[in-house]
Design a protein. Structure first.
Length: 105
């Protein structure tokens, strides 16, 4: 099942929150890929947006792995607040959809 882009931000914030440690976009893509269809490029682009919005931060130090620079992301307090808000929004959406489609077999 593919992930809608509007949910990807919340899922990535959730992974960052749950891991409690810094992680990098490809590893996030692999973790999400266990349950959903998601491309590494979509995860990378979303991580960059999270950084620009102040929902995530990266270390000043960057690591070179196999000739490529790897940035490690960590959720910020602002990101935790955004995650909490998104969870409330998702729950409200789910309740509406459950009511709408509840009788459909």
């Amino acid at each position: 099942m593919g992930i809608k882009h509007r949910y990807l931000e919340g899922l990535i914030l959730s992974v960052l929150y749950d891991n409690k440690i810094e992680t990098y976009p490809y590893k996030i893509a692999v973790e999400l890929g266990k349950k959903y269809e998601v491309s590494a490029s979509a995860v990378y682009n979303t991580c960059v947006r999270l950084l620009k919005k102040g929902f995530a931060t990266t270390e000043d130090a960057q690591y070179v792995v196999s000739g490529r620079v790897r940035k490690y992301y960590q959720i910020t307090e602002k990101g935790i607040h955004r995650l909490q808000m998104q969870k409330k929004e998702y729950e409200a959406e789910r309740q509406v959809l459950d009511q709408w489609f509840g009788g459909v077999e």
